[in-house]
Design a protein around this ligand. Sequence first.
Ligand SMILES: *[C@@H]1O[C@H](CO)[C@@H](O)[C@H](O)[C@H]1NC(C)=O
Ligand SMILES: *[C@@H]1O[C@H](CO)[C@@H](O)[C@H](O)[C@H]1NC(C)=O
Ligand SMILES: *[C@@H]1O[C@H](CO)[C@@H](O)[C@H](O)[C@H]1NC(C)=O
Ligand SMILES: *[C@@H]1O[C@H](CO)[C@@H](O)[C@H](O)[C@H]1NC(C)=O
Ligand SMILES: *[C@@H]1O[C@H](CO)[C@@H](O)[C@H](O)[C@H]1NC(C)=O
Ligand SMILES: *[C@@H]1O[C@H](CO)[C@@H](O)[C@H](O)[C@H]1NC(C)=O
Ligand SMILES: *[C@@H]1O[C@H](CO)[C@@H](O)[C@H](O)[C@H]1NC(C)=O
Ligand SMILES: *[C@@H]1O[C@H](CO)[C@@H](O)[C@H](O)[C@H]1NC(C)=O
Length: 442
Amino acid sequence: MEMPHSALLLVLAATLSVAVAYDPLDPNGNITIKWDVMSWTPDGYVAMVTINNYQMYRHIMVPGWTVGWTWARSEVIWSMVGAQATEQGDCSRFKGNIPHCCKRTPAVVDLLPGAPYNQQIANCCRGGVVPAYGQDPAAAVSAFQVSVGQAGTTNRTVKLPKNFTLLGPGPGYTCGRAKVVPSTVFLTPDHRRKTQALMTWNVTCTYSQHLASKYPSCCVSFSSFYNETIIPCAKCSCGCEHKSCVRSERDSKRLAVTGKHARGHSGGAPAAALLQCTTHMCPVRVHWHVKLNYKEYWRAKITITNFNYRMNYTGWTLVAQHPNLDNITEVFSFDYKPIVAYGSINDTAMFYGLKYFNDQLMEAGPHGNVQSEVLMRKDAGTFTFRQGWAFPRKVYFNGDECQMPSPDAYPFLPNAAPAATSAAALVSSAVVVASLMFLIMA
Ligand SMILES: *[C@@H]1O[C@H](CO)[C@@H](O)[C@H](O)[C@H]1NC(C)=O
Ligand SMILES: *[C@@H]1O[C@H](CO)[C@@H](O)[C@H](O)[C@H]1NC(C)=O
Ligand SMILES: *[C@@H]1O[C@H](CO)[C@@H](O)[C@H](O)[C@H]1NC(C)=O
Ligand SMILES: *[C@@H]1O[C@H](CO)[C@@H](O)[C@H](O)[C@H]1NC(C)=O
Ligand SMILES: *[C@@H]1O[C@H](CO)[C@@H](O)[C@H](O)[C@H]1NC(C)=O
Ligand SMILES: *[C@@H]1O[C@H](CO)[C@@H](O)[C@H](O)[C@H]1NC(C)=O
Ligand SMILES: *[C@@H]1O[C@H](CO)[C@@H](O)[C@H](O)[C@H]1NC(C)=O
Ligand SMILES: *[C@@H]1O[C@H](CO)[C@@H](O)[C@H](O)[C@H]1NC(C)=O
C-alpha cells in the first residue's frame, strides 16, 4: 500500500512543480495591480493604484493583501489615501514636511472598514479582503491613492517601481514586471465626459499553491447510500510533521486565550491554526455523499467542515469538478455558478454561501460546518454508480486544491469488484448493478 502511494505523491509533486502558477480550471486567473498617474506634482506624481482580482474562485481573505515594491531611485511616499505603508522607515533627512514612508521597499496594506472619512477612497478600506471575480465581479477590486515624491515629473522621466510582491494573506503570488500600457480612460460620474490617466502601468500577479504551502490545506472524504463504508480523508493529507492539535473544544478555549494575539491584521501573518486532532490534520474537510437515486436525477450532499478553532472562513468558495455538474438542476442552500474554462467543457461548478446565511464557515466546533445538496440530471450516456463515477474528480476550497482519497478508494457498489478484474467478473457485477438500479428505481 505504501509504495504506490508515495509513487503517486512523487508524480503529483512533479506535475505541480512543472505547472507552477497555472490553474487548469482557471487558466486566465490573475491579480493585476494598475497604477494610473492622475497628476504631476512639483517633485513627483499622484497615482491611483487599483488591484483587480480576476481569479474566478480565489478570494483574498483576512488579514487581507499586502502589496510591496522596490523604488527605482530614492522616491518617497508623501501621503496615501485608502491604504497605508506598514512602516515609515528612516525619514531623518527631511525637515518640516515628513513623508508618510521613506522606505526603499514599502509594504502597503488596506485600511480597515470604518477608517476616517478623509482617508477613504472608492473601493478602499475593506481590510484588504477582496472577493473572487466569479463570486462578485463588481466587488473584486481594491484601490488606494499614493502621492510620490522625489520621482520623475513627466512620462519620460518617471521610473516604474520594480520587484512587486503580493501577499494575500500568505505567500503564493508571483508578480511580473511593471509594464507601461495604454492610459486608462475614465468616465465622469455623470457619464458625459471622458478623462484619461497621464500614464498607466500594469503588474500581473499569479498564484501557485505550490509556493503557498508544501501541503494541501483541505482534504476530501466520500460516502454513499449504497455502501456503509465511509472513505475518510487520507492520513496526514495536510502533513503531520511539526503540527500540534487539540482534542476538545475545552482545550481549544484554554489555548485560544493564550493565542489571541496571533489573530493579527494589517500586514501581520494570518493567525496560526489551532487544529482539532484528526488523522488527516487538515483545517478543512469536504465530504461528498452520494445521497439519493431517482429515475432521471440523482442527489449528492456536500458538507464542508472546519477543524481550525482560530478561523472563520468568510466568503468561502468551493469548486468541484465532476462530469455531471453540467446538468445541475438545483442547488440547495448554497449559491452556485458554472465555471467554463475551455468554452465547451462545462463540468466544473463553484459553490459559495448565501449572504447572511452560510457565507461564513464558522470556527471548529458545533457550528463549524456548512452543507448543501445538489440535484443533477443523469446524463444517459455516462451516468453510473460504478467505479466511483459519482464522486468528484477535483475539489478546491478557497482556491486551493484539496487532497483526494487514493484513486481506488471509493465505496463499491454491493458485490461489485474493484476496477481491474476479469471480464467475467465485470459482466457479473454489471448484472448486479443493473438489478440493484432496478430495485432502487422501482
Ligand atoms: C489577467 O487576467 C485577465 C482577465 O482574465 C486577462 O484578460 C489577462 O490576459 C491576464 N493577464 C495575464 C498577463 O495573464
Ligand atoms: C491593465 O490592467 C487593467 C485593469 O487591471 C486591465 O483592464 C487592462 O486590460 C490591463 N492592460 C494590459 C495591457 O494588460
Ligand atoms: C525583491 O523583493 C524581495 C522581497 O521583498 C526581496 O527579497 C528581493 O531581494 C528583492 N529584489 C530586488 C532586486 O530588490
Ligand atoms: C507621454 O506624454 C506625451 C504627451 O505629453 C504623449 O504623446 C505620449 O504618448 C506619452 N507617453 C506615454 C508612454 O504615456
Ligand atoms: C467567528 O465568528 C463568531 C461570531 O461572529 C465569533 O464569536 C468568533 O469569535 C469568531 N472566531 C474567530 C476565530 O474569529
Ligand atoms: C453550463 O451548465 C450550466 C448549468 O448546468 C448552464 O446554465 C450553462 O449554460 C452551461 N454553459 C455552457 C457553456 O454549456
Ligand atoms: C447535460 O448537459 C449537456 C451540456 O450542457 C447537454 O448537452 C446534455 O443534453 C445534458 N443532459 C441532460 C440529460 O440534460
Ligand atoms: C463497500 O465498499 C468497500 C470499498 O470501499 C468494499 O470493500 C465493501 O465490500 C463494499 N461493501 C459492500 C456491501 O459491497
